[in-house]
Each structure stands twice: as C-alpha cells, then as structure tokens.
Design a protein around this ligand. Structure first.
Ligand code: F6R
Length: 243
C-alpha cells in the first residue's frame, strides 16, 4: 500500500484525477468503479476538464456502480445514480451501454446483486476502484463488521451512515439499507485508490491506517491490497504518526 499526503483538497483532487486519467491512458478499455460523495467531487470536475485538454478517450471504458441507497429512485438528487450521471457520465459523454449501475428499486435485489457480479466477471474484473471512506470506516456500503468474503450484497445501513447520508438529500430521507459491491470485489480489483479529505476524516483515517486490519473498520482492508493507494490531504492525515 502506498500513502500520499497532499497539502490541501485541491492538490489531492488534482493528483487523484491524474491517477485516474493515467489508468485510462494505459488501458483505454478499463473497467472503472467510482465512488460518489463529497470527497471525489472536485476530482471528477478536474477529470472532465483534463479529458478535453488532453484528448482522453473514455468511449471504450466500462463503468460499474459501487453502491446505491435501496428504494431511492435514480432521479432523486441524493442517489448515487443521479450523482454519477451529473458529475461523470454527462460531462464525459458516456453512453448507457458503457454503464452498469445497481437498480435499487428492483424487487429482487438478490438477483440484482448476482447480475452485477456476472457483469463484472464478464468484463474481466475491475481495473480501478476509487473509494471514499465513511465516518464509520465504511467503503461503498460495506459497513463495520461486514464479512470480507462477500461480492455484491444488500446490507442494513449503520446508524452513522443513515444520519451522515442525509447530507446528500434535500429533505430528511429514510435510508435503511444499501446495495453494494463487496469487500471481495475490493480485494480482487487490480488497483484501488482510497481518498479522504478534511479534519473530520482524521480519526477514521488514523484507525484505518494504524489500528489492526479488521472488517470492523472496512477501510483498513486496503492495507492487505496488493495495489492500494491512499491519498489524503494534510487535514485528513493530521492524526497519523509522523513517521
Ligand atoms: C459513495 C460511497 C461511500 C462514500 C463515503 C464517503 O458511493 O460508496 O462509501 O465514499 O461515505 O462519503 P463522502 O465523500 O461524502 O465523505
């Protein structure tokens, strides 16, 4: 695992954008799985600009959804679907045929999970996952205590996720469960970039990087990944030991 600490959020976002563009340049038909949320937002804005400036071609990439709030429709601004559409797919002119997201309104969510696992297998596995870290250490919706051998699954959301998640919605929204790729996908992915920014993430990043590796802190699993890169700004790294 590599750890990079950048002086501020802007620098972090621009370095993460470079990493992602670098993957596309070396493998134009890469399979990508990109988190939603506040952390990577500026990175995606930078990718959209860089893609034009550097003539980066995303037309052969495949996009896999990381997670979704169960029962939240895609036209709800707080949904992962809406976020990806607005911040990645539209700006990069990604076609529907390149996109595979969870349908969180599907009645048979178990079948939806198996469909996603099959899609990932048929596309040769995920080349790059970009993940954020929740205030409880989750990645995707892999909540504390999740088994480490799961692929896609439906999971009851931790109370922290339910309350922090309100920030994405205009009005108070019932967030009880999520559908998500599993830690098994995370470990099998060819490259993982984990991003965190701001002082509010400093404690969770110390636990992630310095306490024992455990699914009680799902983000800590990155320390077992063969090709994991953790990218932080100085605030998120504030509680790490100096060495
Ligand atoms: C979003 C996701 C979540 C977030 C995490 C951090 O697709 O999978 O795990 O990455 O909750 O969210 P932010 O970046 O909003 O702090």
């Amino acid at each position: 695992m590599l750890l990079h600490i950048y002086k501020d959020y802007n620098t972090l976002a621009s370095m993460a954008a470079n990493e992602i563009i670098g993957v596309i340049k070396s493998k134009p038909n890469a399979v990508l799985c990109l988190a939603t949320g506040e952390t990577p937002l500026l990175t995606y804005e930078m990718i959209a600009i860089q893609a034009i400036d550097e003539n980066v071609d995303f037309s052969r990439c495949t996009f896999i959804g990381l997670d979704e709030w169960v029962n939240i429709p895609p036209d709800n601004e707080g949904s992962c679907h809406f976020f990806l559409e607005k911040n990645i797919f539209k700006p990069l002119h990604i076609l529907n045929s390149q996109i595979h997201l969870f349908d969180a309104l599907e009645k048979n969510l178990e079948a939806e999970c198996r469909k996603m696992d099959k899609t990932i297998r048929e596309n040769g596995g995920i080349d790059l996952m970009l993940v954020g870290v929740g205030m409880n250490g989750h990645i995707g919706f892999n909540e504390p205590g999740v088994p480490d051998n799961l692929y896609s699954h439906v999971i009851a959301l931790d109370t922290i996720t339910q309350s922090v998640g309100q920030k994405y919605f205009r009005q108070s929204t019932k967030l009880q469960s999520g559908i998500t790729l599993g830690l098994q996908h995370f470990m099998e992915c060819r490259k993982v970039i984990m991003m965190a920014s701001g002082i509010k993430k400093s404690l969770v990043m110390r636990k992630t990087l310095e306490d024992k590796v455990s699914t009680e802190m799902p983000a800590s699993m990155i320390r077992k990944h063969d090709n994991g890169v953790v990218m932080l700004d100085e605030e998120a790294a504030a509680l790490l030991k100096k060495d």
